[in-house]
Design a protein around this ligand. Sequence first.
Ligand code: ADP
Ligand code: ADP
Length: 231
Amino acid sequence: MLKMKGVNKVYTTDMIETHALREFDLSVESGEFVTVTGPSGSGKTTFLNIAGLLETATSGSYELDGVDILGLSDSQRSVLRNQKVGFIFQGFNLIPDLNLFDNVDVPLRYRGLSAKERKARIEEALARVGLAARAKHVPSQLSGGQQQRVAIARALAGKPKFLLADEPTGNLDSLMARQVMELLEEINTEGTTIVMVTHDPELAARSKRNIQIVDGQVCDMNSYSVSSTSI
Ligand code: ADP
Ligand code: ADP
């Protein structure tokens, strides 16, 4: 599971402090699919980047899969990130000159796997997202929805426990967005914990749990609705 308590993140630029997260508390259990919504600038990306060990908190405690992140060095943190976390982004972040096979291989190259094991994982991941036949194509030959599926394959090839998605459907039309969401739901059912930032209220409404971040703090809509119905 993923557990943040009293997390603060302060950015200082030109002597101006921005509190991106304030006393931020959130627990996500293994197997959950959580969507995260909130106004622009409210701290969603900051939360996801800290959750995925891309950034560190200024203060507060964070535990990922039983490991206390505060006690880790930078290199221990990257090892843990490689083992546990996959990312997908709004802009897909594929390398334009590499074919799909090589794009999915990029993060695997840092994991000390044999070429044979990497090939097996890449083929399995591309098949999982329905793009096995396109392995030799480059990203520009695919639709946006297909490119995002390649990015999902790239994340899955690392066999992550946690898949963190920052507006993965933000550049897609509504049909492709729904298809990507359905794929993520299947992946969640197969056991991967997913946290997804989205601006799309329809997608947020589909998830079992939606949390809203406002002004760097979490407002758990589900617990809110439970307590408000009991009034
Ligand atoms: P980030 O989370 O990466 O800091 P923003 O939250 O500012 O970025 O917005 C990410 C993208 O979503 C931008 O391209 C922006 O135009 C778009 N966006 C922002 N608000 C909405 C909204 N309410 N509905 C749809 N798209 C939005
Ligand atoms: P969201 O994803 O909800 O749009 P962000 O997490 O991107 O919000 O940003 C939260 C706040 O932190 C914003 O006020 C933003 O301008 C600020 N911020 C984010 N990243 C940085 C940074 N690297 N340096 C300075 N301020 C930042």
